[in-house]
Design a protein around this ligand. Structure first.
Ligand SMILES: *[C@@H]1O[C@H](CO)[C@@H](O)[C@H](O)[C@H]1NC(C)=O
Length: 302
């Protein structure tokens, strides 16, 4: 009965599309935006900030969410993101998705910047990594050099590094911050780049494509990986390791295994993986999966 009802509603929506394009809110306009969004398909990562509405709008039931929070992992899906003004930033709302309250040693948040917005500085001794998911920002450092960061661009800022991120129109950033675990006489440097400029790295025994956005040198205590899987590809190693992860799915969909749970995931989803949680991914669907992954490296865990 539900199925028949939905088919009728969908048909009504499609046949009434021109009229509905001006309607805001409600079931039919949600269905029509699936079709509207076709005009966005050339924009990189647009699904990360506009996750697919079919079938999730059908799941938009009272009390329903795919999000879970467990001792050693969490899945935080877009319908449960809660935004509030970001401390220190102007005209920017943020959703903290991973914080030390979960057991992580880093924070991961989304920052939605409006017209004429500006970043604040991270806490004392915290290093920062930003990645543009939507829109564009201007990054400036103390030398007064301005650099435009578009979608797919990123910056790494060492601890106590004076900088600002300004936005003229609108932008969404994913931000990672952690208190730097520095080694004596070793210093990190500002890095600005974009994913497409990074070389593909060897992944012995694995089929996915790997890029690293931060130098692998011992000075850096974390890295950000960009991992690509074609539909049907999956991790060979069922990983269990001491490192922790914060993950943002930028494109595609698949199944993430975390501990004894198997989660359907898609672009826009965020995952927290505590040390030693068994983890595995398989890409499904018709388009590639790309995800961005924080990983702590180069430090003795003792
Ligand atoms: C500021 O950015 C420019 C361009 O990326 C860079 O050459 C310069 O070294 C940076 N200044 C500092 C203090 O890192």
């Amino acid at each position: 009965m539900n199925q028949a009802f939905l088919i009728i509603l969908t048909t009504l929506c499609i046949s009434g599309l021109i009229k509905l394009a001006v309607a805001e809110g409600g079931f039919c306009s949600a269905a029509s935006s699936i079709i509207d969004s076709g005009s966005n398909t050339n924009q990189l990562y647009w699904k990360a900030t506009n996750p697919t509405l079919s079938p999730s709008h059908l799941q938009d039931l009272p009390g329903f969410t795919r999000s879970v929070y467990k001792r050693d992992h969490a899945l935080i899906t877009p319908e449960s993101h809660v935004f509030s003004p970001l401390p220190e930033w102007t005209l920017t709302s943020g959703a903290y998705l991973i914080t030390p309250a979960m057991g992580s040693h880093f924070v991961m948040y989304l920052a939605k910047m409006q017209e004429n917005s500006m970043s604040g500085l991270p806490p004392y001794d915290a290093e920062r990594f930003i990645f543009v998911v939507q829109g564009a920002v201007t990054f400036s450092n103390i030398s007064g050099i301005n650099q435009k960061l578009m979608v797919d661009s990123y910056a790494y800022l060492p601890r106590n590094f004076h900088h600002s991120i300004r936005c003229d129109a609108s932008a969404t950033l994913v931000v990672f911050e952690r208190r730097c675990s520095s080694l004596e006489n070793l210093y990190t440097e500002q890095i600005v780049g974009s994913t497409d400029q990074q070389p593909l790295l060897e992944t012995p025994g694995e089929v996915f494509q790997l890029r690293k956005l931060i130098p692998t040198s011992i000075s850096y205590d974390f890295n950000i990986h960009i991992m690509d899987f074609e539909p049907g590809e999956y991790l060979n190693v069922k990983e269990v390791h001491y490192n922790q992860h914060g993950l943002l799915l930028l494109e595609g969909q698949g199944i993430y295994r975390l501990g004894d749970h198997w989660y359907p995931v898609q672009a826009g989803d965020v995952i927290w993986m505590a040390p030693f949680v068994p983890q595995w991914y398989a890409a499904l669907g018709k388009t590639r999966t790309r995800y961005l992954l924080y990983k702590d490296v180069n430090r003795n865990p003792l």
